[in-house]
Design a protein around this ligand. Structure first.
Ligand SMILES: [Fe+2]
Length: 294
C-alpha cells in the first residue's frame, strides 16, 4: 500500500482562442474553448492521416440540423442538378455534424478528393496548391448556435456542405485540381491573385444556365441561407477572365456581379483554358496590381 498521498490532477490551462468583437460567440467562453480545442487538434494532424475526431456539442448538432434543413428547400429551387446529384452521393447526415473523417472517406470513394483539417485561415498558395493533390483543407468547427443561418467565417457548413457538393462531382472535382495546378505555376502574387479571383467567381460564386434564371453551383452561394435567395438580383455576366480579375469586390456584401455559364461544357472549357495558361506573367497580362485585394 502506498504511503504517498494521491497527486492532484494537473491543471491544464484552456488554450486561448479569440473571435473579433461582433462575431457570433465572441463572448461565449465555452464556445471559444471548444473552438480552441478543435484548432489544436488540426495543429497536431499529420499529412495523409485521417482528420481527428471532434467531440461536437449538442448545440453544434442542433445548429447543423437547423442550417441543413433551412438550406434544403433552397437547394431544390436554386442549386444546379449536378450539385444536387453529387450531394445525394455524398450523403451527409442532416441531424448531426458529420465527422470530417467520414465525409473525407466518402468523398475519396466518389472523386478521389479528401478533406484535411485546417486550424484556421490557410495561405492562398498552400490552400490552392493542395487542390492539385486532391486535398481540400477544411475547418472542423461550426458556427455559434445563436446564429445558425449566418457565419462571418468559413465553417463546416461552407466547406463540407458548400464545397463538398462540388468536390463530390467528378467533373467539378477536376476543375478544383486544375486550379490547384495553376496556383502552383503562378509564381507571383499578382498571378496567384488572378487564379484566386477566377476561382472566386466560379467555384465560390458560379452560376450555370440561362442568365435570366441561372442556378448556383458555387460553394459560397450554396452555404449562404441569405444570398442563395437573392443572387439572381446581381448583375449576371457571361464568363470573362479580365472582368473577373478587375471587378470591384466587397467581402462584407452580397456579390453585386456574378458570372454564369450556359452549360457545364462552357464552364469546363473556360476554366481549362484559363488554368492551362497560368504562369508568372498572368497577373501582369490581366492588369492585376500588387495593391489589389487578392
Ligand atoms: Fe470557400
Amino acid at each position: 500500500m502506498s504511503t504517498h498521498a494521491p497527486m492532484p490532477a494537473p491543471i491544464v490551462p484552456a488554450p486561448a482562442f479569440e473571435l473579433p468583437s461582433g462575431y457570433p460567440g465572441h463572448d461565449d467562453a465555452a464556445y471559444l474553448t471548444h473552438r480552441a480545442v478543435i484548432a489544436e487538434a488540426a495543429h497536431g494532424h499529420l499529412p495523409g492521416a485521417e482528420p481527428p475526431h471532434i467531440a461536437y456539442t449538442p448545440q453544434d448538432h442542433a445548429c447543423w440540423n437547423q442550417i441543413t434543413h433551412a438550406l434544403a428547400p433552397l437547394w431544390r429551387k436554386y442549386a444546379t442538378a449536378e450539385v444536387r446529384e453529387a450531394m445525394e452521393g455524398l450523403a451527409l447526415p442532416t441531424d448531426r455534424v458529420p465527422q470530417l473523417a467520414e465525409s473525407s472517406r466518402r468523398l475519396r470513394e466518389l472523386t478521389g478528393f479528401s478533406f484535411a483539417p485546417a486550424a484556421g485561415i490557410v495561405p492562398l498558395q498552400d490552400f490552392y496548391g493542395t487542390l492539385a493533390d486532391s486535398v481540400f483543407q477544411s475547418t472542423q468547427f461550426i458556427r455559434h448556435y445563436a446564429s445558425p443561418l449566418f457565419s462571418p467565417e468559413p465553417d463546416m457548413v461552407h466547406e463540407v456542405l458548400g464545397h463538398g457538393a462540388t468536390l463530390a462531382s467528378p467533373r467539378f472535382a477536376d476543375l478544383y485540381r486544375q486550379f490547384g495546378a495553376a496556383a502552383r505555376r503562378a509564381e507571383t502574387r499578382e498571378s496567384l491573385k488572378a487564379v484566386s479571383r477566377v476561382f472566386w467567381f466560379t467555384l465560390e460564386y458560379g452560376l450555370l444556365g440561362d442568365p435570366g434564371s441561372p442556378m448556383a453551383y458555387g460553394a459560397s452561394l450554396l452555404s449562404s441561407y441569405g444570398e442563395l435567395q437573392q443572387f439572381r438580383q446581381a448583375y449576371i455576366c457571361p464568363l470573362d477572365v479580365r472582368r473577373m480579375v478587375t471587378v470591384p469586390y466587397d467581402v462584407t456584401e452580397y456579390q453585386s456581379v456574378l458570372f454564369a455559364a450556359y452549360a457545364f461544357e462552357e464552364l469546363e472549357d473556360f476554366v481549362g483554358a484559363f488554368c492551362a495558361g497560368v504562369d508568372g506573367d498572368t497577373g501582369d497580362r490581366l492588369g492585376v496590381t500588387a495593391d489589389q485585394r487578392w
